[in-house]
Design a protein around this ligand. Structure first.
Ligand code: M6R
Length: 620
């Protein structure tokens, strides 16, 4: 939520900052702005709407050269998404420019204090308060090195809530200062140039060396002095250095019309990468980033999976696999609800937190709550350097690479793969599965990237169907067993991308109410389980299809190769390769992603940046 960039170095700051904003625009696109420290003072421009509006304004009225600057792309919280509320915000005399991600919870009281002392605020934002406070703190300090950083520390000590702040001062052209509490901020270390950003994508074209900043830290990047990190209390602090293992090309569209299309196409490789090195030929699961001991894991008597949105749907699939393989009771909860209902957590509880970004505030707060109750937390996360891995007892990284489209696709599929690994690992450690049983599933898992690839090769008919469904007012999704979370995910994708009413239901639930929604021609997408294996489920879903069809629905059926039983009742059959039941979501989810993308595209929507959304939800 909100993308932030700061730069100091020999290049034209405007170019670096705007390029960084372009790469971070998926974090919010309500408005965008920049502030540069020029020889004539601060030069700022900010515009409501997408970055293109700012681009246009800057082209019409280019600012003077500068070698330091900051930028912001906004997902609005306080105040409408207009020019005035756009960031950066300036202090009263225009000496300080500041950008912010998060929510300053005590802003009303601080605003009041500022107004009482005669400061006139021009925006409705909580951010502007911090800009004025920073200027005030700066003015009260003696001149000298580190003055802006010290002022920032003073301000941060007064703020409550979640915030990343990045600021420049008119009189300090070689310095940019940042701070973070409960909101992401990383530093990039180039050759004689330094960067601050919400995530590494902003500076990946310039450097792959990064510093992960901790909670309640202030960072100063200075052309001469390099990077200095302290706590809010001023004490020197450590920041973890790391190398980003993907390059700028991974964050480009690479010829695809949308990032989402590229990311869908990358799924076979992303799943293969997530599995690579973690499955031995002997069927052993090697989870080297899991820092919990086998003994800790043998003690686990309860598992909670917590996540939001698409990651929550991955968690729902995980429940089926984990309980089936480990026989440990497993509950899946929306992270935003978890801590508010006082869940029963002990030292023997394992909490599996799933997040692509590693920054989702609801999930982060749930992790903190769980650890506060002495439960162990294992995070499944895609983003090195993000907050969740740092705050967990163990982490299993998905290796999806950067996911830029707001709608999660390869992030989700790799989360599924990671969940299967966790389930098998637990089963092995606890001795509830024999080695050869694990080996057999490992072998099946290894085949999935190829099956995803084969699924992708058949998507022409799905795309055509998408164009055909573009005017449908509502689309329903049905599934049973692991097909149920797949149905939920299919509906979520359609809602967020196409802005069409869509709902996912468990097939068996339909007759308890939702069947009343079915009207003549209502499209209903059914995820049909394999007729092989647990074919009792297959028969039940075929019955559900008939019930819905009898009420006039247009039946779109996702069924595996060779399942002819569904054909008499289907208006359209989307074929997927045969996959063992528990692993089936790795392939059955794919056509639903393609369908949502095609419908959104046909409706003329911005597929990568759907309205009202942002990629990382860093506020509760
Ligand atoms: O970064 P996270 O995986 O924690 O994000 C969780 C959700 O916000 C995310 O999956 C969201 O639902 C996606 N936009 C869905 O496509």
């Amino acid at each position: 939520m909100c993308g932030i960039v700061g730069y100091v170095g020999p290049q034209q700051a405007l170019d670096v900052v705007v390029e960084g904003l372009r790469r971070l625009e998926y974090r919010g696109y309500d408005s965008a702005g920049v502030a540069l420290v020029t020889a004539d003072g601060l030069a700022t421009d900010k515009r409501a709407g997408k970055l293109a509006n700012l681009d246009k304004a800057l082209a019409e009225n280019p600012p003077p050269p500068a070698t330091s600057g900051i930028g912001h792309t906004r997902w609005a919280t306080h105040g409408a998404p207009n020019d005035v509320n756009a960031h950066p915000h300036l202090s009263r005399g225009g000496e300080v420019a500041l950008v912010h991600n998060g929510i300053i919870e005590n802003f009303a009281e601080l605003r009041d204090e500022l107004e009482r002392s005669g400061t006139e605020l021009v925006s409705e934002t909580d951010t502007e308060v911090a800009a004025h406070l920073l200027q005030r703190a700066y003015d009260a300090l003696p001149a000298g090195q580190g003055r802006l950083a010290e002022a920032m520390r003073e301000v941060c000590r007064r703020l409550e809530g979640a915030f990343t702040l990045v600021a420049v001062h008119r009189d300090e052209p070689d310095t940019v200062v940042g701070a973070r509490r409960n909101s992401p901020l990383v530093a990039g270390v180039g050759t004689a140039e330094f960067f601050l950003a919400s995530d590494v994508a902003a500076f990946i074209a310039h450097t792959r060396e990064a510093l992960e900043l901790g909670e309640d830290q202030v960072v100063e990047i200075d052309r001469e002095r390099g990077i200095t990190v302290t706590g809010f209390d001023g004490r020197p602090a450590q920041a973890r250095e790391y190398h980003v293992d993907w390059d700028a090309s991974a964050a480009e569209k690479g010829g695809y019309a949308w990032f989402m299309l590229k990311e869908i196409a990358e799924q076979p490789a992303a799943v293969a990468d997530t599995l690579r090195g973690r499955l031995t030929d002997g069927g052993e699961i090697v989870l080297d980033e899991v820092r919990l001991s086998d003994e800790d894991l043998r003690d686990v008597d309860k598992i909670f999976v917590i996540a939001c949105g698409t990651a929550y749907h991955a968690g729902l699939v995980a429940k089926y696999a984990i309980e089936h393989w480990t026989r440990i009771p497993c509950e899946v909860e929306l992270a935003s609800e978890f801590r508010y209902r006082a869940p029963v957590l002990t030292r023997s509880t394992l909490v599996v937190a799933i997040s692509q970004s590693g920054e989702t505030m609801d999930t982060l707060q749930a992790i903190r709550h769980a650890r506060g109750q002495r439960a162990r937390v294992l995070s499944i996360c895609n983003t090195n350097g993000s907050t969740m891995p740092r705050e967990s007892d163990a982490v299993l990284y998905t290796r999806a690479g950067p996911e830029i489209a707001v709608a999660s696709t390869k992030g989700y599929l790799t989360q599924l793969a990671a969940c299967y690994l966790v389930g098998l690992y637990l089963a092995r450690v606890r001795g509830v599965m024999y080695g050869d049983e694990v080996s057999a599933i490992v072998e099946q898992l290894r085949r999935t990237p190829r099956l995803i690839e084969r699924t992708l090769a058949r998507m022409d008919a799905v795309r055509a169907l998408g164009r055909d469904l573009a005017t449908a007012p509502t689309v329903l999704f049905l599934g049973r067993h692991v097909g149920y979370p797949v149905a939920l995910e299919g509906a979520l994708k359609l809602k967020e991308l196409a802005y069409i009413h869509a709902e996912g239901f468990a097939g068996g639930e339909l007759k308890h109410g939702p069947i009343a929604l079915i009207d003549d021609g209502t499209p209903v997408v059914v995820v049909v389980p394999s007729p092989r294996g647990r074919n009792v489920l297959h028969g039940k879903v075929v019955s559900n299809i008939q019930e819905v069809r009898a009420r006039g629905a247009r039946m779109i059926v996702v069924a595996e190769d060779g399942d002819t039983a569904v054909e008499p009742y289907a208006d359209e059959v989307i074929r997927v390769p045969q996959v063992p039941t528990l692993l089936a979501p790795l392939v059955t989810s794919v056509p639903l992603q393609v369908l949502a993308c095609a419908i959104a595209d046909a409706r003329g929507n911005d597929v990568d940046q759907p309205r009202n959304l942002a990629k990382s939800v860093t506020v509760e």
